[in-house]
Design a protein around this ligand. Structure first.
Ligand SMILES: [Ca+2]
Length: 270
């Protein structure tokens, strides 16, 4: 695996930790959770396309650790109202790119509390709805495609975009795309890993990319860790990437992007 050259690193806009003073008054003095941010980059334009907000503990503990300390009721409350903290941080950091927020299908279908609290926070903070992307994982079974599609389309009508997360790892797959065209698809990292050396993965992923291109869906390769992986996707016409090759998640910060050195092709200039 080649190492990304460090001399191409440059900070993202608004890079820097949010001061506690700027978040003072938010949920009192000791929030139970916070977020790290990881960019999704556009290698064709050399810009940050979006930042995904990743759940963390108040001291950067992994999501699984803090969820393990919470009761079911606390987890439910976190799911209903917790994303406002991601929006608070994004605003405090001066985020100008899109903000991706994670949702389970049931968080959207069973109740509108999670969505409404997110819209309310965005309105209060002046964060434009059209810069919010809902990442909905397909690893949880969507039992009723009709209801899912109708609900998500109602939400989209309010300006947000929708991405299907972990695509290829779950239950719905191409059948979901036949019934419902999201704005974006994020290919599961299991299909990304070592793709330059896996003929079967290449055949499957080429088909998924083609379907997305035909349907006008933005295709994102997530979990990209090596230049070889990135180059394979780039050769297929993919320009949107997320993964350690470009930036690791940064706690309450917008991390700088490390741009792999170009060997030709598209120039990565800002
Ligand atoms: Ca995600």
């Amino acid at each position: 695996m080649k190492r990304a050259s460090q001399d191409r690193a440059r900070p993202g806009r608004g890079a820097g930790r949010v001061s506690h003073a700027r978040l003072a008054g938010w949920h009192g003095a000791s929030p139970r959770h916070s977020y790290a941010f990881q960019p999704i980059v556009d290698v064709a334009s050399g810009s940050v396309f979006s930042y995904e907000a990743l759940l963390r503990g108040p001291n950067n503990e992994p999501a699984g650790v803090i969820l393990g300390t919470m009761s079911d009721a606390e987890i439910h409350a976190l799911d209903e109202t917790g994303r406002q903290r991601a929006l608070e941080l994004a605003s405090a950091l001066g985020m100008e790119a899109r903000l991706n927020l994670n949702f389970m299908p049931r968080s959207i279908i069973d109740s509108d509390a999670a969505i409404e609290s997110t819209f309310a926070a965005a309105a209060r903070l002046g964060f434009p709805a059209d810069r919010i992307v809902l990442e909905i994982t397909e690893t949880q079974a969507i039992s009723d495609h009709g209801r899912f599609t109708a609900t998500v389309n109602q939400i989209r009508a309010r300006g947000v975009r929708v991405a299907i997360d972990d695509f290829g790892a779950g239950y719905s797959g191409l059948n979901l795309l036949a019934n419902f065209q999201p704005d974006m698809v994020k290919l599961d990292m299991e299909l990304v890993r070592n793709i330059p050396r896996s003929g079967p993965r290449q055949a499957i992923v080429r088909a998924i990319i083609q379907v997305c291109f035909d349907l006008g869906i933005d295709f994102i390769a997530e979990g990209v860790e090596s230049e070889d992986e990135m180059r394979w996707f780039e050769h297929q016409g993919v320009r949107l990437f997320q993964g350690y090759l470009f930036a690791r998640p940064a706690f309450e910060q917008l991390p700088p992007v490390t741009w792999p050195a170009r060997t030709g092709g598209i120039a990565a200039s800002a």
